[in-house]
Design a protein. Structure first.
Length: 256
């Protein structure tokens, strides 16, 4: 079941915290090789939806599939742990605040998971780290600890760490929002390079210019629902929903 149309499929996703409904019956698909941006105001459910894809934030209801396999299966604990670990190896995730291990060098941060989860030898893992750190422009900092790296450099190491597992899908949760403005471009350049390599990506972002330049589709979320979606040139230049128009008017005015 490797239907390109259903590479990522979200069916009737619901998420509640008590009486607070964060996601309200969201269904969508992402094609293989597609880059999708999710935009919207704070508290709209964007990050919750992203984190549900690898079951970091389990849904209250609904199903999520990656390449035809259900991610959020209901299984006995040990079976679930084995299943979700296998699924998460196929889904790279980059967070807002890097989440690097401070006591490990860039090399060690990148090699830890491939050695532990894929059984790579030190030599194999080192070669992989060099390959991925070179891809993100960080090979010359391979033996630096995070304390010696800028925010942009840390984020590029975090991307290399995710790529080292050779994932089928990359998720970016506001990957540049914790960075100083002058450091944003160096991370965006890495993401653009991945787009050119046809890596399937879902990106929660507040950067409209980046979404317009790189993404195939844009989803606008508000109050737990997808209000509008389409190609970036349509969503940004000719939105049909009032909520989308209001959000873009405020956001684009603030960016000037």
């Amino acid at each position: 079941m490797n239907d390109q149309k259903n590479f990522v499929e979200i069916r009737h996703a619901q998420k509640s915290y008590g009486s607070l409904e964060v996601l309200k019956d969201i269904s969508l698909t992402v094609e293989r090789g597609q880059i999708v941006a999710i935009i919207g105001p704070s508290g709209s459910g964007k990050s919750t939806l992203l984190r549900a894809i690898n079951d970091l934030d389990p849904l209250t209801g609904g199903e999520i599939f990656l390449d035809g396999v259900q991610v959020n299966k209901t299984l006995p604990h040990r079976q679930y742990e084995k299943h979700i670990n296998e699924m998460r190896q196929q889904i790279g995730m980059v967070f807002q605040h890097f989440n690097l291990f401070p006591h490990m060098t860039a090399r060690e941060n990148v090699t830890m998971a491939p050695k532990m989860l894929k059984g790579l030898s030190k030599e194999q893992a080192d070669a992989l780290a060099e390959e991925q750190l070179e891809k993100v422009g960080m090979l010359d900092r391979i033996d630096y600890y995070p304390s010696r790296l800028s925010g942009g450099q840390k984020q590029r190491v975090a991307i290399a760490r995710a790529l080292a597992m050779k994932p089928k899908l990359m998720l970016f949760d506001e990957a540049t929002s914790a960075l100083d403005p002058e450091l944003v471009d160096e991370v965006n350049m890495v993401m653009k390079k991945l787009a050119e390599e046809h890596m399937t990506m879902i990106i929660v972002t507040h950067e409209m210019d980046f979404a317009a330049a790189v993404c195939d589709r844009v989803l606008f979320m508000d109050q737990g629902v997808v209000v509008e979606e389409g190609p970036p040139e349509v969503v940004f230049r000719n939105p049909t929903k009032d909520r989308t128009k209001e959000f873009l008017r405020k956001h684009l005015a603030g960016a000037k």
